[in-house]
Design a protein around this ligand. Structure first.
Ligand code: GUN
Ligand code: FE
Length: 502
């Protein structure tokens, strides 16, 4: 079959390679000469449990289209701190690394709650960093991202404007943090009212930029329970519900055990961490909860009832020593899960890396004891709470790719539009090149007495070596374990080319 993409709305109209004369298809496929239209075919690769569909672009060069990645949790202003976290854990990391870097996104004159809201009122450094963030994530195939910005209105609006102009689908959240007992004096909202009114101001700006929310949408963003007062949480819950449909909401939950203890102390009237959000109508079907490492069975039940979504951030959870989220349990219980990079708790802007890390940490989960909680289905299948079934927790490569695409689409409540190549879906896609089969040395035992450096032979793109015997299933596995942005040749959002390698 071939692929038609309507140029007007960027939606996939069908697969039929025979119909290559279709003008809009031809325009898309040949734009800038990206795609070899001579050898195209659809390749439906059915993994064990999850269907991963690629569309072959060049058999010889091992090029294929893959749905764009969806990053359901990323902090744009933390990019300057990528790789910098020492051996900190969440609460001291926030204080030592994160609040300082985020506080630099406001101009001198721009106190939180100030009246400025135009992007150009933000410091130039903020604009430059945000521009780099959008370019960098696009280059890794992220076609849709749910961003945390900072408390600053102009810089938050600038991030929205940059996503809009570069063509990345995005949810943009102005971070709310008004609790003076937790937030540093140099980086906080002035009051609960200020949290709400400054958020409202970014919503108005973003709605003005993209009235129909075709590409860029606001998202209500209480940073997490410890940074927010009760009136702020209440006001933000009400603000989300003012709109029709209600606005998306994002926050953090149960990332770290010290954080969980702190929430218990700060909100003694609540039954649980999840209940804090639920009390203020912040647990909705459009809510993205990042981390969810240490949820109790009751909390998972509440989250499932509310149909709130979870962003699994495995690289961050390992880097900050937070723990391992029990993704299999979450999925088994019917909770929707996607992947997040959580830059800069996470060290990588790549959702391919997040997929890889999701596989890796799932293989370690059975070796930990903390996940054996009373009521966990997967623990009790054999009737022994103290004997976890090692193995069931493992995520397959196909499942991790599912989380990176269709799972993420469901997390941002766009499962009908994004995450796959079904007819009627939007063409948010990446063209992946693995390269051709590697040329091998003719004399591998030659001792190279001439002292010439040992060069990697021609053929591979980036780190993926192919030797010719691989099936397509195996090529996809090699991509997930060894691939990176060097394999991303081009990226489209809604049919528009938004990144190309050369
Ligand atoms: N909890 C509150 N703020 C943050 C943040 O910026 N990153 C992470 N990973 N967790 C948080
Ligand atoms: Fe985070």
């Amino acid at each position: 079959g071939a692929l038609w993409v309507a140029s007007a709305d960027g939606r996939i109209k069908g697969f039929d390679w025979q119909a290559r004369d279709d003008a809009s298809f031809k325009e898309l496929m040949t734009r800038n000469g990206w795609v070899d239209v001579d050898a195209p075919q659809t390749y439906g690769y059915d993994g064990n449990e999850v269907k991963v569909k690629i569309v072959l672009a060049s058999e010889e060069r091992n090029e294929f289209f893959f749905p764009g990645f969806i990053d359901t949790h990323i902090h744009a202003p933390q990019f300057p701190n990528v790789g910098l976290f020492g051996s900190s854990t969440l609460l001291d990391w926030l204080e030592t690394y994160t609040f300082p870097v985020e506080s630099g996104f406001g101009a001198q004159a721009d106190q939180p709650g100030g009246t400025d809201k135009l992007p150009n009122d933000a410091p130039l450094s903020a604009l430059r960093i945000y521009d780099q963030v959008v370019a960098r994530t696009l280059s890794h195939g992220t076609t849709c991202a749910s961003y945390f910005a900072t408390v600053h209105v102009p810089a938050t609006n600038a991030l929205a404007a940059l996503c809009h102009s570069r063509g990345q689908r995005a949810f943009i959240g102005r971070v709310c943090m008004d609790n003076p007992d937790f937030c540093p004096p140099y980086y906080k909202d002035l009051s609960a009212d200020d949290s709400v009114s400054a958020t409202r101001s970014t919503i108005e700006y973003i709605r003005g930029l993209d009235p129909k929310g075709t590409l860029v949408n606001p998202i209500i963003t209480p940073r997490f329970a410890p940074t927010c007062t009760r009136p702020a949480l209440e006001g933000l819950g009400k603000l989300a519900a003012e709109f029709s449909p209600p606005l998306h909401i994002q926050t953090h939950i149960s990332e770290n055990t010290n954080e969980c203890a702190l929430v218990k102390e700060l909100f003694p009237e609540s039954e649980s961490y999840a209940d804090v959000y639920d009390r203020y109508n912040l647990l909705t079907k459009r809510t993205i909860l990042a981390h969810a490492v240490h949820l109790t069975p009751d909390e998972r039940n509440l989250i499932r009832q509310r149909d709130a979504k979870i962003s699994h951030c495995p690289a961050s959870n390992s880097a900050l020593g937070s723990g391992i989220a029990p993704v299999r349990t979450l999925l088994d219980e019917g909770i929707t899960v996607g992947l997040g990079t959580d830059v800069s708790g996470g060290y990588s802007p790549s959702i391919l890396e997040a997929a890889r890390q999701a596989c890796l940490v799932s293989r370690l989960l059975g070796h930990t004891t903390s996940f054996c909680q009373k009521g966990d289905k997967h623990v009790h299948e054999n009737g022994h709470a103290d004997k976890p079934i090692i193995g069931r927790e493992k995520l397959s490569v196909e499942e991790s790719l599912y989380l990176a695409t269709r799972g993420g689409a469901a997390v941002v409540d766009m499962a009908d539009d994004l995450g796959g190549f079904d007819e009627g879906m939007i063409w948010d896609a990446q063209l992946i090149e693995l390269g051709s089969v590697q040329e091998l040395s003719e004399k591998p035992l030659d001792m190279r007495t001439d002292g010439a450096p040992s060069l990697v032979k021609a053929g591979p793109v980036g780190n993926v070596d192919l030797f010719g015997a691989e099936t397509w299933e195996e090529k996809i596995h090699k991509w997930v374990w060894s691939g990176d942005d060097r394999n991303v040749k081009a990226v489209w959002v809604a049919g528009r080319l938004v990144h190309s390698k050369s």
